[in-house]
Design a protein around this ligand. Sequence first.
Ligand code: XMP
Length: 430
Amino acid sequence: MRQDMIVILDMGSTENTVLARAIRDLGVYSEIHPHDITMEELARLENVKGIILNGGENRIVDGQPVEVRPELYHCGCPVMAADHPTAKCEQKLDALPDEETLKEFVFGKCKAEANWNMKNFIEDQVELIRRQVGDKKVLLALSGGVDSSVVAAMLLKAIGNQLTCVHVNHGLMRKHESEDVVEVFKNQLHANLIYVDATERFLGKLDGVADPEQKRKIIGGEFIRVFEEEARKLDGIEFLGQGTIYPDIIESGTKTAKMVKSHHNVGGLPEDLQFELVEPLKQLFKDEVRACGIELGLPADMVYRQPFPGPGLGVRCLGAITRDRLEAVRESDAILREEFAAAGLDEKVWQYFTVVPDFKSVGMKNHERSFDYMVIIRAINTIDAMTATVEKVDWDVLEKITDRILAEVGNVNRVCYDMSPKPPATIEFE
Ligand code: XMP
């Protein structure tokens, strides 16, 4: 392994991620592990130069006091306790070891080298993947989102054509999205890519279904069934690649006991389809995943794309999905994205999209009465998607987008701008 590592053991702190970032900011790789990690598991981690026991107030995890394994102190590397009041405790907010203390521990005591960078991270992961997978085969659901794309690129680098990617086009993708996945991964990177156009199947299942939760359930469930069918056609697959990233495993502030075991993320594959997981990004934060993707040579627009919900345009074509309104969502979304990019807003605004409600309004077209759909534009900023504020988009930009949507998108006679923050609204409409 190329990188030295400081292990943070979560003893109930709400600041594990902040501490991990602080250590990575010093140039040293850091991983967060549960307080009850076994000595064997610890021994399997390589190049561990030091351990920080990161306790919150009173070392409580999920209501239970936690204790340090005494053997930990004899593991052969320096151990530091960093007990601190949690941010909730008001007297003291100096929650984390200060930079000098941290530096003294990391570099002075542990003699760690500042060799954490994406190149080394990738080399290490490539080696770990090869060791884990051997000459076996790995399957990956490649949605084209940032995380699955970066995992695909990493696995390709590590094991080449032992990887099979499956891209399911549920018919609810943005304009050109599936084509881009095929272009980048199949044509440019020469991955084994199975492209499944399941548009008819999804739209058939969704026909007449207006309830948002029902729609989400159908899309999610059908997605797993299509993927499963493809998996069953393939022989000798033993591993499943997953784009799990650190925030998927543990929300900041969540205590160890609530940690979602990453294999629970597989998402409902049947019991007889048993795979071992390969999750090379599971210790990375989102910005690091993007940096990793760039280092692996993925196009910037793939790596820096805005969040896109799993159910895709299905939750933006409001109510029961119809093909004409789905097309209106897709076309208006493409125009919005084009114009935001032209105005430089794509790098500034966190998420922006259009939705089309399932009712019509009266308008006028070519001096005649029209009765058509409306497009609602939404552009929001947020840190963590828990709350969001509305972007104050320049009026001229909005006018241009409106003109283009009205001129270029069929069945639309009205464009609105959504002014609602979250809360009380949510980011998506459904
Ligand atoms: P809401 O609408 O809850 O959305 O304010 C918060 C963020 O989550 C995204 N979102 C999803 N992402 N699968 C995802 O991967 C989903 O089913 C899903 N639903 C919503 C949404 O786009 C926003 O960024």
